[in-house]
Design a protein around this ligand. Structure first.
Ligand SMILES: NC(=O)c1ccc[n+]([C@@H]2O[C@H](COP(=O)([O-])OP(=O)(O)OC[C@H]3O[C@@H](n4cnc5c(N)ncnc54)[C@H](OP(=O)(O)O)[C@@H]3O)[C@@H](O)[C@H]2O)c1
Length: 365
């Protein structure tokens, strides 16, 4: 298959929908589509559900709707649920625990948990650093297992490299947890090519979780080729740039105190204006195909390769249904060229994190 006609779901052949708000794919006897996370990782549904916004960083969330969204995702075939122990200081893991306890047994058994650890927080919600010492890894893991109510975590990763602890030691501690049966696979988050290589020399790495979208293409130069060389999959986050390129974010949107987007450079002043101009250009392409802006943006990430699994940050069932509709979208060469013209590489105004947080990104060094 060339990039002239890329079908995103390796095991099925759904065609492009013309409904911008389609329902999630209905259960059928067809085998669920799958993408494998690296050469050693699990096979997962092509879209994962990122649960962060249900507990933190994007303002208030509705608990009942969050639970219903996780259930709807599992019902549609989603297998990978992504969280972090620091998302709402354990709130997100407890939410996933409840969602899985109250889900049908078959869905619960297929669910895979992907958990980030290592962030050090304050009572006020600040971030004070990262702890990747082996003893800390085991401590974080013990608490996460308890909060999740599971006897293992499917993919475990440090959220950011601890600059005081060699990555080999942090990954080595997770490898010991794999040996002990408490973790199934090792992942990484926001690391650069050199760290990927060092980590992979210690133990098999299933996936690298990293921001990747039409307006965040930094991984394409070195990180993605290195991951491919090493047989490491990508779980892409921020595929809608935290809602900025979803088509639902307006210039007049009021943000709650503590909302990440209130501090993110891409959501400020002139940067926001310029970025929303890009969204307007993308809206024309999406409209021409009869799909939504968010579906186009997610489909673009899906089209980058079978080794890439976008995590969508839906926290409502309507947003989830829209995101799942992206799996129906086929982008041909003309579509990809039109998307590139609307949102050329490097076109985003502003960095993807505030400068203090950029400094923690091994992937940006
Ligand atoms: N490893 C890391 O460093 C890292 C960092 C950040 C996130 N993550 C993980 O990646 C996941 C996804 O990240 P993200 O939340 O920033 O990604 P995202 O999918 O780019 O953005 C999610 C936001 O987009 C808005 N949105 C609008 N239409 C949507 C649609 N159809 N489907 C989904 N969202 C829609 C939602 O806002 P409304 O709810 O207001 O509509 C939501 O707050 C997180 O939940 C987390 O698990 C990892």
């Amino acid at each position: 298959m060339t990039d002239i006609e890329i079908c995103h779901s390796s095991c099925h052949s759904r065609r492009m929908t013309t409904n911008p708000n389609p329902s999630p794919p209905s259960p059928s006897s067809e085998p669920a589509p799958r993408r494998r996370l690296g050469t050693t990782g699990p096979a997962v549904f092509p879209l994962g559900l990122g649960c962060m916004g249900m507990s933190a960083l994007y303002g208030e969330s509705d608990r009942a709707e969050s639970l219903a969204t996780v259930h709807a995702a599992l019902d549609a075939g989603v297998t990978l649920l992504d969280t972090g122990d620091f998302y709402g200081m354990g709130h997100n893991e407890l939410l996933i625990n409840e969602a899985l306890r109250t889900a049908p047994a078959a869905a619960r058994e297929k669910a895979l948990t992907s958990v980030k650890f290592g962030a050090l927080r304050t009572v006020e919600g600040g971030f004070t650093g990262y702890d990747g010492r082996p003893a800390a890894v085991k401590n974080f893991l013990a608490y996460s297992l308890q909060r999740l109510g599971r006897d293992h975590i499917d993919i475990y990763r440090i959220a950011r490299v601890d600059p005081d602890v060699p990555i080999e030691e942090t990954v080595g501690a997770i490898a010991e947890a794999v040996e002990a049966g408490h973790v199934r696979h090792i992942g990484l988050s926001e690391v650069g090519a050199d760290t990927l290589r060092r980590a992979a020399s210690v133990a098999p790495i299933a996936d690298l979780q990293i921001e990747y979208s039409l307006i965040s293409r930094g991984i394409e130069d070195r990180i993605l080729p290195t991951a491919r060389e090493l047989g490491i999959g990508i779980t892409a986050y921020g595929v809608l740039s935290r809602g900025l390129i979803s088509g639902h974010f307006g210039r007049d949107r009021a943000l709650a105190p503590g909302d990440f987007r209130g501090m993110s450079p891409r959501f400020q002043g002139d940067n926001l204006d310029r970025n929303l101009d890009l969204v307007d250009a993308l809206r024309k392409v999406a409209g021409g195909k009869g799909v939504s802006v968010a579906q186009t943006a997610i489909a673009w990430v899906l089209s980058r390769g079978e080794d890439i699994v976008p995590l969508v940050g839906a926290r409502r069932r309507d947003r989830l249904a829209e995101a799942l509709g992206a799996m129906e979208v086929t982008l041909d060469a003309a579509d990809l060229a039109a998307i590139e013209e609307a949102v050329p590489a490097g076109a985003a105004a502003g960095e993807r994190y505030p400068s203090a947080q950029m400094a923690h990104l091994d992937s940006e060094h």
